[in-house]
Design a binder for this molecule. Structure first.
Ligand SMILES: C[S@@+](CC[C@H](N)C(=O)[O-])C[C@H]1O[C@@H](n2cnc3c(N)ncnc32)[C@H](O)[C@@H]1O
Length: 444
């Protein structure tokens, strides 16, 4: 059974193996070739000037200066990729053109500030590989292009739509539950992954309400706990709902949360109901977001890639300050740490319900939460970004806090072959570390 097969021995983080050259306009080699041929032309002109000016050094120097000026102007005026200074610092071209020597490599240093990774009980992970993700991308792009809701601002963008589709299709659940429907885009994604499987969708507002104003998706094989029938996930009598739908094995159910609630609360509620396979859309990084996320909970000093230094003179503080200028969601030490460095990351609050109901907690409780989470985790797997920022021109997530993307920076040919150049840049701006977890109450 697929859901059970998702457990396998630990694999290394994704590194796509495709290494064909692509000759793209972003390809460094082609840039070098262009400059080399210009240099070659200058050298040959200098040689020519030498032979034509005989042994007169003054004439020789003047000709060389004129040629160099000509070359400089031609590079400035003819270069198709020169940067324009009046655009946002978040613009990829500006970022690449303006970074100082100590910031070179900003776009590509994935994970350099740490990628906190929740520890699972038996060190098991998913069975899909980077190659499977690449194959999935190839298949998903044309499907995504047929989506009914083209403008899904405040809902999922491309990266997470792909992640949800890929995982649902791989896990092949007998029933899918989603909490947080909005206009119905994620319902549509689930439907593309599993055409014949029943969906239960919970949201305070029914997606049909959005149909009055524009595109929305209402599924025919879906039970909506929405609008006047809305019930919060934690209050549904899941036992009787599952019986009604003929589900006896709850490990064959996939639950997708995109409802901006405290994720620890959701994990506890899911466990209580007996669900094991959960996907969280917004697994916000430390210092960002409007709810307490699994990643924030696991961002502890004893976890690889986790923990922070609150010293303002530290390397972390210096690097974070610089990165904040380039990535909208990068956070500096002042945002991470409370006054006097007493707190970091969640500033003493367990955020919940779109930041509307936040509960104060002690540092000890925050630490304890990571231990509680670890004690129920069988698998923790973060979806990598679909492609690097030089390809997607995304401006939001900071690569220093994420895994290597599925299509690595600079692989323009592959990006193009997958059809990703056909998608608007804004569709790549919503990556927030979507995570798949498998949970169970420990018996050992
Ligand atoms: C970010 S949107 C969901 C986007 C959607 N999944 C998509 O892909 O387009 C969050 C949704 O959660 C809904 N919501 C708010 N509180 C909720 C709750 N307690 N349970 C379920 N949904 C909730 C909001 O009304 C909103 O429709």
């Amino acid at each position: 059974m697929k859901l059970e097969r998702a457990l396998s021995s630990r694999r290394s983080p994704p590194h796509p193996a495709d290494d064909e050259g692509d000759g793209s306009p972003f390809d460094d080699e082609s840039k070098t070739k262009k400059h080399a041929s210009l240099a070659a032309r200058i050298v040959s002109l200098i040689r020519l000037s030498r032979s034509s000016s005989g042994h007169c050094p003054a004439a020789h120097v003047i000709i060389v200066i004129l040629l160099l000026l000509l070359a400089t102007f031609s590079v400035l005026l003819l270069s198709p990729r020169r940067s324009v200074l009046c655009v946002s610092p978040y613009d990829a071209a500006t970022r690449n053109a303006l970074v100082g020597a100590d910031l070179v490599g900003l776009a590509s240093d994935f994970g350099s500030l740490g990628v906190p990774w929740c520890r699972s009980k038996h060190d098991t992970t998913v069975e899909w590989t980077p190659k499977d993700l690449l194959k999935g991308l190839e298949e998903f792009v044309p499907i995504y292009e047929t989506r009914p809701i083209k403008n899904n601002m405040y809902g999922m963008g491309f990266d997470h739509s792909f992640g949800l589709w890929f995982m649902a299709r791989w896990l092949k659940p007998d029933l899918m539950i989603e909490s947080g429907t909005f206009k119905g885009h994620s319902t549509w994604v689930l439907r593309q992954a599993m055409p014949g499987t029943h969906i239960i969708s919970l949201s305070p507002r029914h997606p049909e309400k959005y149909l009055k104003k524009g595109p929305a998706y209402v599924d025919e094989n879906c039970t909506y706990f929405a609008g006047k029938d809305f019930v919060d996930f934690g209050r549904v009598g899941w036992g009787s709902v599952m019986r009604k739908h003929g589900i006896s094995d709850l490990s064959r159910v996939l639950v997708f949360f995109d409802d901006h609630q405290n994720q620890l609360k959701r994990v506890k509620q899911a466990l209580q109901a007996g669900f094991r396979n959960l996907i969280f859309e917004d697994n916000y990084d430390t210092g960002t977001g409007d709810h307490y996320s699994l990643r924030q909970i696991c961002d502890q000093y004893y976890i690889r890639g986790g923990g922070h230094s609150c010293f303002r003179d530290s390397d972390e503080a210096r690097i974070r300050m610089k990165r904040k200028k380039f990535w909208e969601k990068a956070v500096d030490i002042d945002e991470l740490c409370g006054k006097g460095g007493a707190w970091w990351g969640v500033r003493g609050f367990m955020r919940d319900n779109f930041n509307h109901s936040n509960n104060a907690m002690s540092y000890k409780e925050h630490f304890q939460n990571s231990r509680i989470l670890e004690s129920v985790l069988d698998v923790y797997w973060e979806l990598p970004p679909v492609a690097g920022p030089s390809l997607t021109h995304q401006t939001r997530y900071d690569p220093a806090r994420t895994l290597q993307p599925i299509v690595e920076d600079g692989r323009f040919g592959l990006f193009q072959r997958l059809g990703l150049t056909r998608l608007e840049a804004s569709l790549f701006n919503g990556y927030t570390q979507m995570v798949y977890v498998q949970v169970s109450v420990s018996t050992s």
